[in-house]
Structures are given as structure tokens and as C-alpha cells.
Write a protein of this length. Structure first.
Ligand code: AMP
Length: 500
């Protein structure tokens, strides 16, 4: 009966008949077994249907990370609905936009915000779920029995994930059953996940990384997860000796490196450290290898495409690159409609079963970014070497054009990061009366420290004049979002008036 629903069928296949196998352990709570996880998901599906959810309806959830929230995701897909997770940090006004745009049948929110969010929930039935797995949704689910997953086809939608919307309005990326299961199957096999694995899961589950990469891959392998509500260095260090894999954003690795207990011995049981969602510095990669004996495997993807490239499991994991296109995925670099030769920088496009179905109710945006022959224009600037390894050099919108010349922030950042006394940097373009845009470097010094004049002096011999920062600002830390991405938009706003 699970066969009728393609994503659920795949997510359940490895655990069928292994009902007592543990899916998740949590600090201070009982383990959750596979049989109970799926029984819980069936009750969630029945609860949603009892509130009127029909196939194709959206089920939105703005809830804290919990295993009940994973059951809600699975239950929504079982009910034939389209799951729509939202970052708990979004304000009521932001939630109002998503609800107005996606018109969900059911909206699940934190009980503490129920009253204010009800005002923006429109026609949606409002149910609640807190971080401990309590709330009106659970009460409704508790009274339900089993559920036969609703039949769906591979091209039916399973989820809508809104992009972070750093330029303009946030867009709902429509992901089909096939988009999700095909990518997770590819990753499971590429990264060799099996039922023997124990994956440390410390990522948020409103984003593609924690929900689809980490959760789906673990389920498809019938593996176990150490389910942590958020990144916590102490819990992760405690879990390392009995775990086999960690999926993290680069900040996980830099924060863990700051812990003295991190040693090769502590990581001896681990077989794989994976990083993605933001660029991993070469330096972090090297320090991690020195401290643990493991080479981090870096991969690249985005909400619209799931994962597109990965460094190999066997073979060279090249620091600073995001590896080769995954099996079944094609990648090319384009400039003004022409494919560029190897090694040249242009806009990366990808094609394959991983690529989404378009933006929810935005046909013009979809047409701008998704070509009729299936190539998706990622908006990332990249180059591909002769072994097929892709290097991301930044977002196209972060490109600085100074005096008519292109400056790729990554080139300048890499040189600055190599200077003594520099921890990390972000290079941005800000309005300039003569040059259109001027290069500005925002630098985080190490404890030993450095100053703006030393940085400018060191760069002057290494970079063409137009690439040299017209201003170097020192900051304690760079603004980042929950996925560890540097918020260049916030930096551009902060330094916008520097030359005008
Ligand atoms: P999101 O849709 O929030 O997952 O963001 C996707 C974007 O994150 C991509 O378009 C890239 O700009 C960036 N990104 C993801 N993984 C990497 C990586 N390994 N290296 C550099 N940038 C990355």
C-alpha cells in the first residue's frame, strides 16, 4: 500500500520489516524506532485529512525542530499534500506573505504564537506543535488509527520550499516526489550510506539540507540519526565516538575546530564529514584534516535543484571545489547564451531529475531561470576544470563591476584570507561616483590581529588596481544566516554610503 505514493515508498523501503530498528536517538529522551516513526506519520496523515486536506493541498508548518515535525512532514506527503516548511524565525508579517501566496489548507505553528498567527492564517485551519512534540496537532493525531498513503505520481508535488529571497520576493520552489527521491537515492549511494550508519543531525529541518539531504538520505538507508535540536558543539563532540557521519554547514566545522577535545581519536569511528550550503574555506578543510585525519567532502546544491555536485567518496576531495556533477546531473558554464570552455568563469547551469518544477505561481520567474530544455540557471558563478570539478566563485548578483571591469569577490577574498592576522573576509561592491561600484573588503581579524593599511599594502602587489579594495573595514564577525551563508546584502546596505 505504501507503493502508491512514490516518495513514501522509497523512504520506507529500507526500514520495512525492521520495525524495532532505531531511527533516532535524542539527548535525554527515548529512542524513536522506525515502526513508531511511520505509525506516527500515519496518524499525522489521518489528522490532516480529518481537517480537510485533499491531494495537492499545501500543509504549511512553522515549528521548532522535533521528531514530531519529521512525522508531520512524512504524514503530509502520505496524505498526498505538499509540505511547506517555514523558518521559525519568520515574523508574523513574513508568514502572512507565505500563507497568502501558498494558501495552505492547514497551517501548523508554535502554540506560543497561535493567537497572533491566526490573524494571518487566512482560510487555513490552524493547529499547533511545539519543540517537545506537544500541541493540538498531536492531540488530534493521538485519536487516529492507521492510514494508507494516498496515491501520487512521480511528477506530483511533494514540497514547496521558499528560497531565502535575498533579492526581491521569496519564491516557492516546487519539488516533485521524483525530484526528492531521485536525489536522495543518488546521494545515499554516492556517499555509501547503509543501515549501519549513525548520522549526526544538527541542521534545521525547514531547509533542503536538513530536511531532504540529511533526513531523506538517512531514511532511504534505514540508518540511525542522532537528532539534535540545533548545533551544539558539546553534544556533537559527545556523539562522535558512536557515530559514523556528520552533515554540516561550514560554521559547524569552524566552531568544532575551536574545541580542544577534537582529536583523531575522538573521530576514529567516523567515516564521513560532509559540508555544504555555503563555501568551505580551504583553510578549514586543511585544519580539519590536521585535527581529525578526515578530509571533509564538500558538495553543492540549492533549494531549486537539490544537490547537483559532490566531491567523490573515493578519489580526490579537492578543497575549494564542490566536486563533480552527481550521477544523472549535467553541468555547464554559460555566458551570453554560449557554453564556455573549461576553466572560464560564467553562470553555472544544471540539468537532471534533481531540478525542480518551477516557482509556485510565478510563471515569468520560472521562464527566466528554467530553460524549456530543462537547464536551470543557478545564478552561481563557477568554472569547471578538465576533470569536471566545479569551483563556485560566488553569486552572480555579488559580482562587483568597478569601472566597467568584473571583479569576482572570491578571488580577492582568497588572497585576503591567506594574509597573516586574517580569519576571514567578505568582498562586496558599493556605489561609487566615478567607478559605478567600488570594491570594499570586510575583514575579520584573528586574535593576533591586523589592520586595514597592512591588508591594502599586501594586496597592492598581487592584484590589478581595479580589483584592489578602495576601503578595508574590520569587523568582529560577518553577518550570517542560520545556514552559515554570509549575508552580503546586509553588508552592502551597511557600507552603501561610504563613497556617496
Ligand atoms: P539555498 O537555496 O538556501 O540552499 O542556497 C543555495 C546557494 O548556496 C547556492 O546557489 C550557492 O550560492 C550556495 N552554496 C551551496 N552550497 C555551496 C558550496 N558548497 N559552496 C559554495 N556555495 C554553496
Amino acid at each position: 500500500m505504501y507503493d502508491a505514493n512514490p516518495l513514501i515508498h522509497h523512504l520506507r523501503a529500507a526500514s520495512l520489516g525492521r520495525e524495532d530498528a532505531v531511527f533516532a536517538t535524542r539527548p535525554g529522551a527515548d529512542p524513536l524506532r522506525y515502526g513508531d516513526l511511520f505509525a506516527g506519520a500515519e496518524r499525522m496523515a489521518a489528522a490532516l485529512v480529518s481537517r480537510g486536506v485533499q491531494p495537492g493541498d499545501r500543509v504549511a508548518a512553522q515549528v521548532e525542530k522535533s521528531l514530531a515535525a519529521i512525522e508531520l512532514y512524512l504524514g503530509a506527503v502520505m496524505a498526498g499534500a505538499v509540505f511547506l516548511p517555514l523558518n521559525p524565525a519568520y515574523t508574523d508579517a513574513e508568514v502572512a506573505y507565505f500563507i497568502g501566496d501558498a494558501t495552505p489548507r492547514v497551517f501548523v505553528c508554535d502554540p506560543a504564537r497561535r493567537e497572533s498567527l491566526r490573524a494571518v492564517a487566512g482560510e487555513a485551519a490552524v493547529l499547533t506543535l511545539d519543540g517537545e512534540g506537544q500541541g493540538s496537532l498531536m492531540e488530534l493525531a493521538a485519536g487516529q488509527a492507521g492510514f494508507d498513503p494516498v496515491a501520487r505520481t512521480p511528477s506530483d508535488l511533494a514540497a514547496i520550499l521558499y528560497t531565502s529571497g535575498t533579492t526581491g520576493r521569496s519564491k516557492g520552489a516546487m519539488l516533485s516526489h521524483e525530484n526528492l527521491y531521485s536525489n536522495s537515492l543518488t546521494l545515499r549511494d554516492h556517499w555509501r550510506f547503509t543501515a549501519e550508519d549513525v548520522l549526526i543531525h544538527a541542521l534545521p529541518i525547514f531547509h533542503t539540507h536538513g530536511l531532504f539531504v540529511a533526513t531523506n538520505v538517512a531514511l532511504l538507508a534505514g540508518a540511525q540519526v542522532v537528532f539534535l535540536p540545533r548545533f551544539d558543539a558539546e553534544f556533537i563532540l559527545a556523539a562522535l565516538p558512536t557515530s559514523t557521519a556528520l552533515m554540516g554547514v561550514p560554521t559547524f566545522y569552524t566552531r568544532l575546530l575551536a574545541q580542544a577535545q577534537l582529536t583523531p581519536d575522538l573521530a576514529a569511528n567516523m567515516r564521513l564529514f560532509i559540508s555544504g550550503s555555503a563555501p568551505l574555506l580551504v583553510e578549514t578543510h586543511e585544519q580539519w584534516e590536521a585535527r581529525t585525519g578526515h578530509r571533509i567532502l564538500e558538495r553543492y546544491g540549492m533549494t531549486e535543484t537539490n544537490m547537483s555536485t559532490s566531491n567523490p567518496y573515493d578519489g580526490a576531495r579537492i578543497a575549494g571545489t564542490v566536486g563533480q556533477p552527481l550521477p544523472g546531473v549535467e553541468a555547464r558554464v554559460m555566458l551570453e547564451g554560449q557554453e564556455l570552455p573549461q576553466g572560464e568563469i560564467g553562470v553555472l547551469e544544471v540539468r537532471g531529475p534533481n531540478v525542480f518544477q518551477g516557482y509556485w505561481q510565478m510563471p515569468e520567474k520560472t521562464a527566466e531561470e528554467l530553460r524549456p530544455d530543462g537547464w536551470f540557471i543557478t545564478g552561481d558563478l563557477a568554472k569547471i576544470d578538465d576533470s569536471g570539478y566545479v569551483t563556485i566563485v560566488g553569486r552572480e548578483k555579488d559580482l562587483v563591476i568597478s569601472g566597467g571591469f568584473n571583479v569576482y569577490p572570491k578571488e580577492v577574498e582568497t588572497l585576503i584570507d591567506d594574509l597573516p592576522g586574517v580569519l576571514e573576509s567578505a568582498v562586496i561592491g558599493v556605489p561609487h561616483p566615478d567607478f559605478g561600484e567600488a570594491v570594499v573588503a570586510v575583514v575579520v581579524p584573528t586574535e593576533e590581529g591586523t589592520d586595514a593599511a597592512a591588508i591594502q599594502a599586501a594586496l597592492s602587489g598581487q592584484l590589478a588596481k581595479f580589483k584592489q579594495p578602495k576601503h578595508v573595514a574590520l569587523m568582529q564577525e560577518l553577518p550570517r544566516n542560520t545556514m552559515g551563508k554570509v549575508q552580503k546584502k546586509a553588508l552592502r546596505e551597511r557600507f552603501a554610503g561610504l563613497f556617496t
